[in-house]
Design a protein around this ligand. Structure first.
Ligand code: CAA
Length: 257
């Protein structure tokens, strides 16, 4: 399917989504939100896909929500449209999504990256929540997710001063999982996604669900959830195959069941 604001391609078992509004530094307008969600849903439904990568251009992952689309809107426009709520559909994608961030990931761009399951950053990446400089605040999760990822002090610093964080600081702070040379960013992200897609899909989905549960519940409940899901995995043929392959000293042949 062709989209207006993104490019999509399938690389083996990986779906690659490239944000593609270069003249606006990939500013996230409503069309891009619809396109990204539709592409994610298509990959979710595609049985041949095991993981998804979202990336932008070398200069910008995304420089934020589209300010030009928003600036004339009134409170009632924003409220009645429940503006940005369309992104919530992303949270219902069960397959892993990696953000491969090069250049600017500002405002909604940083928030989109944080909605992914983990972030791999190019060494030229710059993260920020500059909404304060526009007289507003984050509206796609920045004040909540950034605080959980990097802690209160740094999240306050970012949201209140609007300053940018470079890739090295983002890795040190726990915002990104790894930093790689910008020139190899997409290849590295695809490699990580291919690795994930080579594993048992049900096991991958259960791992993702369990890690996400830790954000929504107490430690005791989270540990109980983890143990129950772990036990349930012994109903999977892939568990038998994975453990037998280890004993036989051969590569496992997972069949996603
Ligand atoms: N929305 C709309 N257009 C944007 C944009 C945005 N967020 N960011 C950049 N653009 C456009 C610019 O207007 C410019 O378009 P024109 O050529 O038509 O003038 C084009 O992209 C290139 O941008 P610059 O000329 O500004 O490029 P630069 O290299 O000089 O600066 C930048 C790059 C520092 C990222 C700068 O563009 C910038 O500060 N952008 C805005 C960042 C921002 O404030 N983001 C937060 C948006 S609000 C938000 O995201 C709310 C939320 O919580 C969801």
């Amino acid at each position: 399917m062709a989209y207006e604001t993104i490019l999509v391609e399938t690389r083996g078992k990986v779906g690659l989504i490239t944000l593609n509004r270069p003249k606006a530094l990939n500013a996230l307008n409503s069309q891009m939100q619809e396109d990204v969600v539709a592409a994610l849903q298509a990959y979710e439904a595609d049985e041949t896909i095991g993981a998804i990568v979202i990336t932008g251009s070398e200069k910008a992952f995304a420089a934020g929500a589209d300010i030009k689309e928003m600036h004339q809107k009134s409170y009632i426009d924003m409220y009645m449209a429940d503006f940005f709520s369309g992104w919530d559909a992303m949270l219902r994608i069960r397959k892993p999504i990696i953000a491969a961030v090069s250049g600017y990931a500002l405002g909604g761009g940083c928030e989109l990256a944080m909605m992914c399951d983990f972030i791999i950053a190019g060494d030229n990446a710059k993260f920020g929540q500059p909404e304060i400089t526009l007289g507003v605040m984050p509206g796609m999760g920045g004040s909540q997710r950034l605080t959980r990822f990097v802690g209160k002090s740094k999240a306050m610093d970012m949201c209140l001063t609007g300053r940018m964080m470079d890739a090295e600081e983002a890795e040190r702070s726990g915002l990104v999982s790894r930093v790689v040379p910008a020139a190899t960013l997409v290849d590295e992200a695809l490699k990580a996604a291919e690795k994930i897609a080579s594993f048992s899909l049900p096991a991958v989905l259960m791992n993702k669900e369990a890690v996400n549960r830790s954000y929504e519940t107490t430690l005791t409940e989270g540990l109980r959830f983890e143990r129950r899901v772990f036990h349930s995995m012994f109903a999977l043929e892939d568990q038998k195959e994975g453990m037998e392959a280890f004993s036989d000293k051969r590569a496992p042949n997972f069949r996603n069941q």
